[in-house]
Write a protein that binds this ligand. Structure first.
Ligand SMILES: [Mn+2]
Length: 351
């Protein structure tokens, strides 16, 4: 498998005897083990998953390409004992995930090589199977959005909308929301990360929903903004600028572009319309096992967009105390440009 070839190259490049992975998403990505505790150890010629008694059967079944090692002590003690038995001297570890106490213990016995973001870089390139899971997670979000547009009425609270959306996605097969969803109505729409509150949704307001589903471990993340009853001229104007920035970006982003160049497509349109100061976040991010992962699509990002990556495209304009508009799709980077995985309509919709 391509991911194991890349890990072997990483081990070789850094002259490691073994690589130790303990962070949950990287552990799951490499081993396919979905349990909540364990460690992955990869040497030049073997792969091991260490976990405890609770996960003995599950670990062995899920981590098909790994030998299961039963943990008999605390996880770190068992890991260290195993590494010593295997005569490991030079050990690569996840610099940005290992805490000080673990580091302090490991350094007593091994020559440590910190690696940062290396597994995350491999995770950027999705296999066709991973893309299909994300596509399914997007389909669930699209169908739930369709449902919620028929469900919402003025007088409902943002929390009621959140609960309905979440339970509907579960009915469609999601294991849950992929993150704490945003339901921001009226003036709260100016908060790019306004989680659902007890605020009542009123006629004449716009509502921003930013939400997603987890399906078999893979996330979707979509945003739509719609009107309730009627929409002011000012908000309608902002909506059309954001829509133009979003569709232009989806149409023009290509393989080989930097995150910075991709971000600039939307930012230039919004800035030219006079709202540059009101678009204070990045255009997008990678999506997969985590709802935010590499690559970054931002003003400063030098990540190169390549075939097989899945990214979000989500420009927004926020006016303090008035409201906001954001539109977000999830897209696969292909040789021909972006392929949209989320399909909900982006025409301004008034319920
Ligand atoms: Mn997003």
């Amino acid at each position: 498998m391509i991911k194991f070839e890349k890990v072997s190259a990483l081990i070789e490049r850094n002259n490691l005897d073994a690589l130790l992975i303990m962070s949950p998403y990287n552990r799951r990505y490499l081993s396919e083990f979905t349990g909540s505790s364990g460690a992955v150890i990869i040497t030049k010629d073997s792969r091991y998953l260490i976990s405890d008694f609770r996960y003995k059967a599950q670990g062995a079944a899920e981590a098909r390409h790994f030998d299961f090692v039963l943990q008999t002590k605390g996880l770190l003690d068992s890991v260290m004992e195993f590494l010593q038995e295997k005569n490991i001297k030079t050990l690569g570890f996840e610099g940005e995930h290992v805490n000080f106490n673990t580091y302090d213990q490991l350094k007593k016995e091994f020559e440590l090589v910190p690696l940062s973001g290396e597994i995350e870089k491999i995770r950027m390139y999705k296999t066709p199977e991973e893309v299909e899971l994300i596509r399914k997670a997007c389909g669930i979000a699209d169908e739930a959005y369709d449902h919620i547009l028929k469900y919402i009425r003025p007088g409902m609270s943002e929390l009621e909308v959140q609960n309905e959306l979440e339970s509907y996605m579960r009915k469609l097969g999601a294991s849950g929301s992929s993150f704490d969803m945003i339901v921001a109505s009226g003036y709260r729409g100016a908060l790019p990360h306004g989680s659902a509150s007890g605020k009542i949704i009123e006629s004449g307001e716009m509502v921003t929903l930013d939400f997603g589903a987890y399906y078999k471990g893979y996330a979707s993340d979509i945003t739509r903004t719609f009107g309730v009853g009627s929409v002011s001229d000012e908000m309608e104007k902002i909506y059309s600028i954001v829509l133009d920035a979003q569709t232009s970006s989806v149409g023009e982003i290509k393989t080989g572009m930097t995150g910075q160049a991709a971000d600039k497509i939307a930012r230039d349109i919004i800035t030219e319309a006079g709202f540059g100061e009101n678009f204070g976040h990045s255009l997008g991010h990678g999506l997969g096992l985590e709802v935010h992962e590499m690559p970054s699509i931002s003003k400063r990002s030098e990540n190169i967009l390549e075939k097989g990556m899945v990214i979000t495209v989500e420009p927004g304009i926020y006016l303090d105390d008035i409201g906001g508009v954001r539109i977000e799709d999830d897209c696969l980077v292909t040789e021909l440009g972006l392929e949209k995985l989320s399909r909900s309509s982006k025409e301004l919709f008034i319920i």
